[in-house]
Design a protein around this ligand. Structure first.
Ligand SMILES: *Cc1c(COP(=O)(O)O)cnc(C)c1O
Length: 400
């Protein structure tokens, strides 16, 4: 039977301590014990259901983690203070001095910078590959490779990773497949396709209101326990812990994720089809012209569509900037990084979110400086939005 991520979230039932329909917020950093013995056992990790200190875990964070684990179909999950807090903890947990990582070369700029500039200090070496080329991935595997890292739908080029193919390689060589699923929550369920660990930046679609940063790591109980271990757990020791108040607000927003994703996808597909028909160079996984359209289709949970991210190429950065400024002036969206907001957001990745990637490497991966990345909003009247955007493009000679 098909995997139903939103049903899995809905089927969880939590009550507050006074019968509230939302769970109570745990507004404490530390917890009392009736017996000193139980405190010791909790520290050692042997007293289930007891809380010790909120960097380790807290009821509000566990509620949110449980809901996200249900969404991804993992045994459990650990929420973190940001998406980077999740990504860096997983890499540091799985890799140490002398280890090797294979990473997609088209990934979030912060992840790229961490692997390229930061982890070499700790003796971790990364090979960046074209993740859509499974032969190139396999050829890069060495006896020290511990992890294959990719994004389901990559930032900003919207390349799609063949998660089943990558999972088969990972199994064959006893490597972990770690997938950042930030661009495609609900639409794609990486664990169902063989991934070992799934990460999200909750900052984006999952929270959806651009009012906080947050992250999550979904995996086996054993892996999450390791991350929380007081002696050598990366989440526990690096300290990127989410605050309970934020966890409770993100959980409330998660309740509407399935409705929002359907609207983001509906609007994204509509605009992508119109832009392409107008002759703009448009990239969107829902377009037949996308090189991985069939692959996305084969992996997706159909009702959530192809997501809210699309790119167009208007030729050069000056034109891209002009167009974004005009669209913002006409209130069609905001010139801002990030994604998943109710309002459309647009930015030129080459000079913003991917600026960590050197220019020659940007060119090689096809990241041109006229590229505009859109996170399409929840607009109720997308036909009107399209007409107004087109008017901006005609005015600036992007379209005739
Ligand atoms: C934003 C983003 C991140 C980083 O998340 P933060 O919450 O900003 O730390 C990681 N991966 C992808 C794909 C992102 O879009």
């Amino acid at each position: 039977m098909a995997f139903k991520p939103a049903n899995n979230i809905q089927d969880l039932q939590y009550f507050g301590e006074f019968g509230g329909v939302n769970p109570s917020i745990s507004d404490s950093s530390t917890y009392t014990f009736l017996s000193a013995k139980t405190m010791f056992d909790t520290f050692e990790g042997n007293a289930d259901g007891c809380y010790l200190y909120s960097r380790h875990s807290s009821p509000s964070n566990l509620y949110l983690g449980e809901a996200l684990a249900a969404m991804e179909g993992t045994e459990t999950a650990n929420v973190t203070a940001s998406g980077m807090g999740a990504i860096t903890a997983v890499i540091m947990q799985l890799c140490g001095n002398g280890d090797h990582v294979i990473s997609s070369r088209t990934i979030y700029g912060g992840t790229y910078a961490f692997l390229k500039n930061f982890t070499p200090r700790m003796g971790i070496d990364t090979t960046f590959v074209d993740i859509t080329n499974l032969d190139a991935v396999e050829a890069s595997i060495t006896e020290n490779t511990k992890m294959i890292f990719c994004e389901t739908v990559s930032n900003p080029l919207l390349e799609v990773a063949d998660l089943k193919g990558l999972a088969a390689l990972a199994k064959k060589y006893h490597i972990k497949l770690v997938v950042d699923n930030t661009f495609s929550p609900l639409s794609i369920s990486p664990i169902q396709l063989g991934a070992d660990v799934v990460i999200h930046s909750l900052t984006k679609f999952i929270n959806g209101s651009s009012d906080t940063v947050g992250g999550v790591i979904c995996g086996t109980q054993e892996f999450i326990d390791n991350l929380r271990n007081v002696n050598d757990g990366a989440c526990m020791l690096l300290g990127s812990t989410m605050d309970s108040l934020r966890a409770s607000s993100i959980l409330k927003n998660l309740r509407t994720l399935h409705i929002r994703m359907q609207q983001h996808s509906k609007n994204g597909l509509f605009l992508a089809q119109k832009f392409e028909a107008d002759g703009l160079k448009t990239v969107y996984p829902g377009l037949e012209s996308h090189p991985s359209h069939q692959l996305f289709k084969a992996m997706m949970n159909e009702q959530y569509g192809y997501g809210g991210m699309l790119t167009i190429d208007v030729g050069n950065l000056a034109k891209a900037n002009e167009l974004m400024e005009l669209m913002q002036k006409r209130n069609l969206g905001y010139l801002a990084v990030s994604l998943g907001f109710y309002k459309t957001l647009f930015s030129a990745p080459g000079s913003s979110t991917s600026s960590e990637i050197p220019e020659d490497e940007q060119k090689e991966m096809g990241l041109s400086d006229g590229l505009i990345r859109f996170s399409i909003g929840l607009d109720a009247d997308i036909q009107r939005t399209y007409e107004m955007m087109k008017a901006c493009m005609v005015e600036l000679d992007v379209l005739s």
